[in-house]
Write a protein that binds this ligand. Structure first.
Ligand SMILES: Cc1cc2nc3c(=O)[nH]c(=O)nc-3n(C[C@H](O)[C@H](O)[C@H](O)COP(=O)(O)O)c2cc1C
Length: 179
């Protein structure tokens, strides 16, 4: 698919078909994520791909809707064929850059996630970037070691419903060219 089409067709997809996404496609998403830039090329990330339905249910139980951390879980995630939990590995970043490295390190994760989302569109998949979850609870559910922080959940599947394009700010309103 042409890049212009991929980037313009990306939506936050929240309803998926039952069709299973094969492992090689899920690994291709991670491969594309892994090509993203990161500070010092430290690649301080880990991608945990969960296909097990019971575990997905447990992951969903750590999520919440809106801004209130105790509100109801984002149940729509259960329709995803897989959930990719993207984790930050702070140790290599703080070893090289100290505390100052945290923000650039997390920005690297953002770049990797966007690569993953665009790759999903390119392969006819849908996905959504989810950060409404309680990280301590999710760490327990996945039995994550201390050096791995869950930052985002990306439900992935074949889209059942693709939302209309939400309004985006016009380019001339968000940009300045200084000559
Ligand atoms: C860091 C981040 C966190 C998000 N968290 C959630 C979330 O917890 N649940 C959800 O349904 N959507 C979540 N979204 C998706 C946004 O709601 C969505 O990107 C926005 O409404 C624009 O729609 P679009 O992605 O289709 O352009 C998140 C997006 C980002 C970038």
């Amino acid at each position: 698919m042409e890049f212009e089409v991929v980037v313009k067709n990306r939506r936050s997809v929240r309803l998926f078909e039952e069709r299973v996404v094969p492992d090689d496609i899920l690994l291709k998403l991670v491969e594309h994520a892994s090509l993203a830039p990161s500070p010092g090329n430290l690649q301080p990330w880990e991608f945990i791909i969960v296909k097990n339905k019971e575990l997905i249910e447990k992951i969903v139980s750590t999520t919440y809707s809106g801004n209130v951390k105790t509100s109801s879980p984002q149940a729509w995630i259960k329709s995803a064929s897989a959930v990719i939990v993207v984790c930050y590995l702070p140790r290599p970043v703080s070893a090289r850059y100290g505390d100052e490295g945290r923000v650039p390190g997390l920005l690297g994760l953002g770049a990797a996630i966007e690569n993953l989302l665009l790759s999903a569109v390119n392969m006819g998949l849908g996905a959504c970037w989810v950060s409404g979850f309680r990280p301590e609870e999710l760490s327990k559910v996945l039995n994550l070691p201390k050096g791995s922080e869950p930052i985002s959940i990306i439900p992935v599947g074949y889209p059942k419903e693709i939302p209309d394009a939400p309004p985006k700010l016009p380019v001339d309103q968000i940009s300045t060219i200084i000559k």
